[in-house]
Design a protein around this ligand. Structure first.
Ligand SMILES: [Zn+2]
Length: 611
């Protein structure tokens, strides 16, 4: 229940009690420290660089830092500034500290090995090169820090990494290794908190525009330790995702009992038994084809089955063109077809779009956003392939959904290789969305069952749901002060609740395009005042203990697409593509040799259907 509501803007937000992270160094701050400042800001923590190079009270300042929530000590620069005897005293203070401290070592030389030996009380004996490290690993025993990442390895860019050699101390927890065994990030217990030690030559610049997502994915070793430290030091005061949702998307099927290797009666029975959810990315062109007989099966399983939009005609490059008017028309047409399908069959559709071949242009994102018909996109790639300049940053990819373009969210989905990619998604607070095609089900659901069971073991609280529910609950939040939370959400419809038993002020944030015409914001049906500051829309509501809030952002939609009537030749081509695709999926796919030949034939005919 809402008690009151008041507008609040980002400027006012920043005045409020953000968590503070002092970063102590001496002399000019290098790239690793600047990288840390940016990562902290990404997670709602205001980092302050404190130069002790000319301070007459450097030792006292460091000692005082041990009474705060957390601090970072840059050993490369501080090693030259503070005398050995003082480090010995600080080591005792560190061991008795109730504050979480990150000791950052960025070089092999400069006395850092000796200094770490003192501060870790012999636990670390040397800072050393880990050589060309092609992957980072998260120790299976470090789950309390690395959470879902524990026991998993990730490819890295193969840079000359830094690591450390450990002594005989038994109280060291190795959190992350470089290469096979070289510890690069560890924790040591102190009085009532922890000292974290991170050896790295660089810290990922989350503001650097990326050419491709792989740059971000292969740099995990340069930002995950910072995230782990921030979570340990600031807990719920840093941005975090309160709940993780999951879904399984199958691209292309029509709604019949069987499609290729998908046996829907068996699949939906298994979904109900194991409590997972399946969404068919349904091609709107097929809206007239759903027959009554198999429909009952799907309607009877609405608790574990749904459909969403998959293209419009599902032609090649359908949403990769740059013609905004045509894209807007196609977006509306796809939605209209699915509305008609719903009216005819009773089958609701989740207002998420899956683009054919995972391909979309920047203009397509704008058209989807302006149409007002879609809550978001779900795709394996969160960066359009046609960008003329790099515009997506690591900071955008650290969000639960990437909404850098027009405030239109892209929910990342993944093909099955193993569970590690989903472990990273869940660790970063993103939904766990598996996408597959019919051939994934040729093994009698073995891989599917492995995914569901492993995801359940990885994150027991994961909530299986359809895509509308998943999108409308995706958010991140942080506690500002004891009686106030801030929540950033990503869709024009959003549902959340006050997590505390007492009344709380909830401040809401939603990124919107500068050109978007926002007409209203309601909380539980009541209009509330809102502010627009830069690219953010913000408002606030007071909620009673554990009260739910249903948010709706109203906007003026653009329905002025300029679709031209399709020619008979085009219609015939679309129908041929669908016929050949289904022939391939239902019959030819059963024989690899025939499938290969069929694909070659379709290529030769320039009619190759796209998945
Ligand atoms: Zn497809």
């Amino acid at each position: 229940m809402i008690i009151d509501s008041t507008p609040i803007g980002p400027a006012k937000r920043s005045e409020s009690a953000e968590a503070l992270l002092p970063i102590y160094h001496a002399g000019p701050a290098g790239e690793p420290l600047l990288g840390l400042v940016k990562i902290a800001r990404c997670f709602g923590v205001s980092a302050e660089l404190i130069d002790l190079g000319t301070s007459t009270s450097a030792v006292e300042d460091l000692r005082i830092s041990l009474t705060s929530g957390g601090s970072v000590w840059d050993l490369a620069s501080l090693a030259k500034t503070i005398l050995s005897a003082d480090w010995m005293a600080l080591a005792s203070d560190l061991a008795a500290s109730a504050s979480n401290t990150l000791l950052l070592a960025t070089k092999e030389e400069g006395g850092q090995s000796a200094l770490l030996g003192v501060l870790s009380r012999g636990a670390v004996t040397e800072v050393c090169s880990a050589g060309q490290s092609n992957h980072v690993g998260f120790h299976s025993a470090s789950r309390r820090w690395s959470a879902e990442l524990a026991g998993h390895q990730y490819a890295s860019s193969g840079c000359d990494a830094l690591a450390m050699t450990l002594g005989e101390a038994s109280n060291v927890e190795v959190i992350m290794t470089r290469g096979n065994v070289s510890p690069a990030f560890i924790s040591l217990p102190c009085a009532s908190s922890h000292v974290f030690i991170w050896c790295t030559r660089s810290v990922f610049d989350v503001d650097h525009p990326l050419g491709q997502e792989l740059e971000f994915e292969q740099a995990a070793g340069e930002y995950v330790p910072a995230i782990i430290f921030l979570r340990a030091a600031f807990g719920e005061r840093s941005w975090h995702s309160p709940a993780i949702a999951a879904d399984i998307i199958i691209d292309d099927p029509v709604l019949s009992k069987r499609y290729g290797f998908v046996d829907f009666p068996k699949l939906l029975a298994l979904a109900r038994e194991l409590c997972f959810h399946v969404t068919v990315a349904f091609i709107p062109w097929n809206y007239w084809r759903t027959r009554k007989k198999p429909l009952k099966l799907f309607l009877d399983h609405r608790d574990s089955f749904a459909i969403c939009a998959h293209g419009c005609d599902h032609t090649k490059n359908e949403f990769r063109t740059r013609d905004y008017g045509d894209l807007l028309h196609r977006g509306h047409l796809a939605a209209e077809r699915l509305d008609r399908h719903r009216e005819r069959t009773g089958m609701e559709w989740d207002r998420l779009m899956v683009c054919p071949r995972e391909d979309y242009s920047l203009e397509a994102l704008q058209a989807f956003a302006d149409s007002g018909r879609y809550l978001g996109l779900t795709n394996t790639a969160c960066i359009p392939r046609d960008l003329s300049e790099k515009r997506v940053r690591g900071a955008d990819l650290l969000l639960p959904a990437q909404d850098a373009f027009f405030g239109f969210p892209i929910f990342k989905r993944h093909y099955w290789t193993d569970i590690s990619v989903f472990a990273m998604a869940v660790f970063l607070g993103k939904p766990a969305i598996l996408v597959e095609h019919q051939d994934f089900f040729r093994d009698q659901h073995r891989a599917l069952t492995a995914f569901v069971r492993q995801l359940g073991a990885l994150s027991p609280s994961v909530r299986w749901s359809g895509l509308t529910d998943l999108a409308c609950r995706t958010c991140r939040r942080r506690r500002l002060v004891s009686d106030a939370w801030e929540v950033q959400f990503f869709t024009d419809e959003f549902v959340t609740e006050n997590p505390d038993p007492e009344p709380r002020i909830i401040r809401f944030l939603r990124r919107v395009s500068g050109s978007a015409v926002i007409t209203s914001v309601t909380v539980n049906g009541s209009p509330v005042p809102y502010l627009r500051d830069g690219e953010f829309l913000s408002f606030a509501a007071n909620l009673n203990g554990h009260a739910a809030a249903s948010i709706r952002v109203g906007r003026s939609a653009n329905s002025n697409g300029h679709g031209v009537p399709n020619s008979r030749i085009y219609e015939a081509k679309v129908a041929t593509r669908r016929f050949l695709s289904e022939l391939r999926d239902n019959w030819l796919a059963r024989s690899p040799a025939v499938l290969k030949l069929a694909n070659r034939l379709m290529q030769m005919m320039r009619l190759r259907s796209v998945k």
